[in-house]
Structures are given as C-alpha cells and as structure tokens.
Design a protein around this ligand. Structure first.
Ligand code: ATP
Length: 292
C-alpha cells in the first residue's frame, strides 16, 4: 500500500479576530477534507512568535509536500521563510487582519474554500524579497507604513477596526523622513518595496505589481498636504494610486536605503528595527511554491 503524503496545517491562535471556536471548526474541516483526499493530515498551533518558522522548517526536513498557513500575512511570512527554495509548497488559509498575499493571489477569503484550494491546488512559483536578512512575500517598507506597523503591534486587539484607528492616530503624529535612496537624497512620506501589489484589505500601493516577474515595485509617496489625504486614500483603495502626482514607482531588482539612525521598517506588516541606518533590498526570483 502506498504511504499517504503528509500535509501540515499551522494555526496562529493570535491572528485576526477569528474566535477560538471558529478556528476549531476550521481545524476540523481541514482534518476531514485532507483525510477524504487521502492525505495524512497534521495540525500544529503556534505558541509564540517565530514558532511557525520552526514548525515549517521541521516539515521541510521531513519532506512534507504541503504546509498550510492558517493565519495572516505575519504567519505566512514565518512559514514561507522556511519553505523558500524547497520542494514544500505553501497553502494559504487567510484569517488575518489584512490578508494581502491571499488577496493579491486570488485565494478565496472564505477559509473553508481556501482549505479546499490549498489541498487540491497546484504549486505555482512566485518571487520573494529580502530587506537585509528579513525575507518578505507581500510588501516591505519604511516611513509611515512602518510607523503604523510598529504602533499596531502595541495594540491589545488586532483586526481591521483597530488598524484603521491606529493608522488615523499615526497620521496625526507622523513626520516625513529624509533618506538616501539609491544614493539620491529624498524626503518621503512612505517607501514601499512591493512583491505583491497590496498591503492587505485591498490597499493597493503598487497596482501593477507582478509577483512572478523577478522584480519588485519601489513605490515612493512624496510628502503631501493634509487636504490631499482623502484623495490619496481613495486612490489607494481604488487601485489607482499610480495615477496620483504624489506617487512614484520604479521596477527594480535591488535598492539601498540609508538614514543617519536605526531604521524602523516592516516586512509583511511585522515591525522591525534595524540596528543600522542602512537597508539593502533585493528580489529573490522564483523562490516559493504556492498552492493555487
Ligand atoms: N501563539 C502566539 N502568541 C502570540 N503571537 C503569536 C503567536 N503565534 C504567532 N504569533 C505572532 O502573531 C503575529 C500576527 O500574526 P498574523 O500576521 O498572522 O495576523 P494578523 O496581523 O492579524 O494578520 P495580517 O498580517 O494579515 O494583518 C505574528 O507576528 C506572529 O509572529
């Protein structure tokens, strides 16, 4: 008798606003569907930040062919960094606050349907990016978006309403940053390196980004007067930000950012502080298999 192939679902109990009961229902559905498709299903719950990377790395080591991320972009990031350049494919079950990668890739936002897609779909190759030693799969950046990521991480509750409140307050407090971008002096409101086109919640910073073209979109937002904020926000969600006079995009494979002080950045929405004022950004073409 042929051995059934193992499939692992990693659940972040801390993601988004899905209740523990709903997560239990998803877990049961995964077990049922995977068993019906003749897989040997396994489930693991993360107990701390970084745990998903350890679980995924062990799965790669054991030759598990499919690893499902039941969480948001932060959980995907932790799992995918262990899956990069391996034969193990990532399945996405989006239950996060923003779900940027799922939305970009057209993964169903209904988690039951997403489980089905992850179990029945075929592996498709996508790119990833790196900002210094930190991999990212959706977007990485600095300026306002990094400031919001740092403030959001301090909130006791996750989810979209908290994110909107945090971003609104951050806008009042934030001052645009001076930096050297590829050797040129700039003042930016925000600077994004986009592998996928959006941050999550259909906030499209890079409307034309292609996740498998071997390139990143480098998107700058110039400082703007407060009265331009509603139009910029409308364009962000209307997928037309690239038509704004405050937006500038370049298709790149590498970039360098320098500031005089430790840099606040984010990678897939996770806040990070670089010990130096220098960030090296690069594309890692064709580096991850995703089940679509
Ligand atoms: N058991 C845990 N306890 C606390 N934090 C955890 C645990 N497991 C994972 N984490 C952390 O939870 C954070 C948030 O997870 P995730 O990004 O999946 O959800 P989200 O922020 O709600 O969604 P999105 O990124 O789509 O907005 C990640 O930084 C991850 O490291």
């Amino acid at each position: 008798m042929a051995t059934r192939s193992a499939v692992l679902a990693i659940i972040n109990p801390n993601s988004g606003t899905t209740s523990a009961e709903q997560k239990k229902l998803l877990q049961d559905a995964f077990m049922r569907q995977a068993t019906a498709l003749d897989y040997a299903p396994e489930i693991a719950h993360t107990t701390h930040a970084g745990h998903a990377t350890e679980l995924a790395a062990a799965a790669v080591e054991r030759g598990v062919t499919r690893v499902l991320s039941i969480g948001g972009d932060g959980t995907i990031n932790e799992i995918a960094k262990a899956l990069r350049r391996s034969a193990t494919a990532l399945g996405i079950v989006p239950i996060g606050s923003g779900n940027g990668l799922a939305r970009h890739l057209g993964v169903p936002l209904n988690p039951m349907k997403a489980i089905d897609r992850a179990l029945s779909g075929r592996p498709v190759v996508i790119d990833s990016g790196e900002i210094n030693e930190y991999p990212f799969f959706c977007t990485a950046g600095l300026g306002f978006e990094a400031y919001v990521a740092h403030e959001f991480a301090k909130q006791p509750v996750r989810g979209l309403p908290t994110y909107v409140r945090t971003a609104f307050r951050a806008f009042q407090a934030y001052k645009p940053q001076k930096l050297l971008l590829n050797g040129q002096t700039k003042e930016v409101f925000s600077l994004t390196f986009a592998n996928a086109g959006q941050f999550g919640n259909n906030a499209w910073m890079a409307p034309t980004a292609n996740i498998s073209d071997g390139r990143l979109e480098q998107c700058e937002i110039r400082p703007f007067p407060a009265q331009a904020a509603p139009m910029i926000t409308w364009r962000l969600f209307n997928k037309t930000l690239n038509q704004s006079s405050y937006w500038r995009g370049n298709s790149i494979t590498t970039a360098t950012v320098e500031t005089g002080e430790p840099l606040l950045i984010h990678a897939d929405g996770e806040p990070l502080t670089l010990p130096t004022g220098r960030a090296e950004v690069r594309i890692v073409a064709g580096s991850l298999l995703v089940l679509l």
